[in-house]
Every structure is written in C-alpha cells, then in structure tokens.
Design a protein. Sequence first.
Length: 335
Amino acid sequence: MADPRPEPLDDHALDGLWDGREVLQAGRARADAVVPVQRALVALFHSLRIDGDYGPRTQRAVQVAQAARGLATDGVVSRRTLQALAAAISSPPLQVLPTMPGIQYPAGPGEPVAGIYRFDRYPGYLALTFDDGPRAGRTDAVLDVLAAAGVRATFYVLGSRVSQAPDTLRAAVQAGHRVGLHSWDHPDFSKASDHEIRDQLERTAGVVRLTLGAVPTPYVRPPYGSPFYSDQPPLRDHWARVGRVLAAQGWMLTMWQVDSWDWKYPGDPHRAVQRFAEELDRAGGGAGLLHDIHSQAAEALPGILDLARQRGLAICDEDTLLALKYGGRGDAALT
C-alpha cells in the first residue's frame, strides 16, 4: 500500500520517436521506449509489470491516466500525454491529504480481511460515509452541509466518476474528508473473478493517485456491500475468496451498519431520514450510508445530523470504529 515516488520521468528520453507523432501505441512501440512509461505508471498502478510490452494492461493504465487529466482516452502516448504523466508522478501530494492509519489491524476470528463488517456494533458512535461519487454539484452540496455542521465524512468513489469531477474530489480532501475506494464501475464482487476485483480496485486507486497525489486510506467498500452484506449462503460462500483478494493488496473492508436507502426516495429526503432512524434503532450506531450522486443525500443530511445529536451519538470517522473494534488509538469524536 506504499505510494512510491519514483524519479521524475525524463520525457526527453522519448524525443524523436515516431517522427514526432505518436510516441507509443499498441502494436507500434519499441521496448526501450515502453519501459520508461511503464516505470512512471507503476507509481500509479502498482501491479503493472515493467516488461517493455505495450500490451492491454499498459494501454488501459494509459487510458485511465488520460481520463484523469482530461485528455482523449485513445491509449496513445503522445507528447501531451507523456507530459501529463510526468507531472502527475513528480508533483507532491496535497499537503492536507490525510495519511493512512498507522495501525494495521489483524483480521479477527472468522474474518478473511480486517475491517468494519455489516454485523459489527458501535453503539453511541456514527461515522458518515457516502458512496458512488464524486458528482459535481451533488457532492458539492453534501460538502456544503458537512462544512456548515463542522463534520467530516468518508467518500467511497467510483474510479469512472473521478475524472468527471476531479475538482470536487480535491475539494473534499482539502476540507478534511477521507476518500476510500468503491470500485471502477460498480460490479458485484461476488460474481467477479479475483483478477476482475484486483483490476477494479487498481484502476480506481490509479485515478485517485493521479487526482490527489496519493490514495488517502486503505479503505474499500465493495459495490452493494457484496458479498459481505449477508452472513448467509450464497453470499457468505464468497467471503473468504473476496476477503483474500482485498487482504493480499493491503486493503481493509469498510461496510456500513446504518443505511438511509436514500437512493430509493428521490424527492423525499424525509423518508430517507426516517429509514436512517429505523436503522439506528436496530444497530445503535456505526457507519452510516448515503449516496452523494443523488440530490436527496444533501437534502436528508441535515435531518440525519439532527437525529444523531438528539440521540447523543458521537460523530467520528472509521479510524475510531476500527480502534473500538480491535483496540488502539482512533481519532477523537469529531463533534
């Protein structure tokens, strides 16, 4: 999970290739030209092999990098793509970027990967989390409510959306919020192969690194919470396999306990608040789930914050929940 900072890429090493036209493209690339680009990409996509072959994995990594920088995603490393890539790996991370928790918790009994599970209990605490963004405008509206309340949250992002709203994601981090990974385009991990899961997270981590300078946390929330949403077959049958994939890459699982179901209630934020209250009655606290791609998330959030304060919940972050579960020092309550 370390973020290596390689020596800045020297784009002059590629001067003159292809007569000043395309520098690299599939089927038309010399190994001695591919290797420097792969070295740069390894800073963003850690499992990429440096083998001098401009194959599908290298091309896809280039396309993700292009998307994050607002360039045409043609997979061709032109001068402009090369300069953008060099700038991405040589620029320092945002100074306000939260660091990963220093404590790496071992998985508990019966857990294939360490983290926050759906059936954990954290009475008296509430960590606010948002899935499926960023989305310009709607995520910004959520940020405005959080800022007014003086509350921090965690945003679980889709890699395919990050390049559509990079400034929004940067604004979230600059405001002190956390960023975790959701996936690239929201597949069900219980139905995905190990390779597909790794690819989903690797591509998302890469575009987050390009946008923020680093991946702020080791937190992963699988789409739909699958397979960890249920502890019964058939989903429970996939826990060990998916958990091993996450653990092998150094990720931690971060599920939720309190669901607003806000996506079901367009135009009816009061129903989302009501559902959140019902879930609080059941769980007593924990990680709360909303979706910042929907307008009702920002509309429901003031009511949810009022609900938390009426019940005397300490609004915290997932570091605190993990410390409560495994022991160790978490952040103090944030309100």
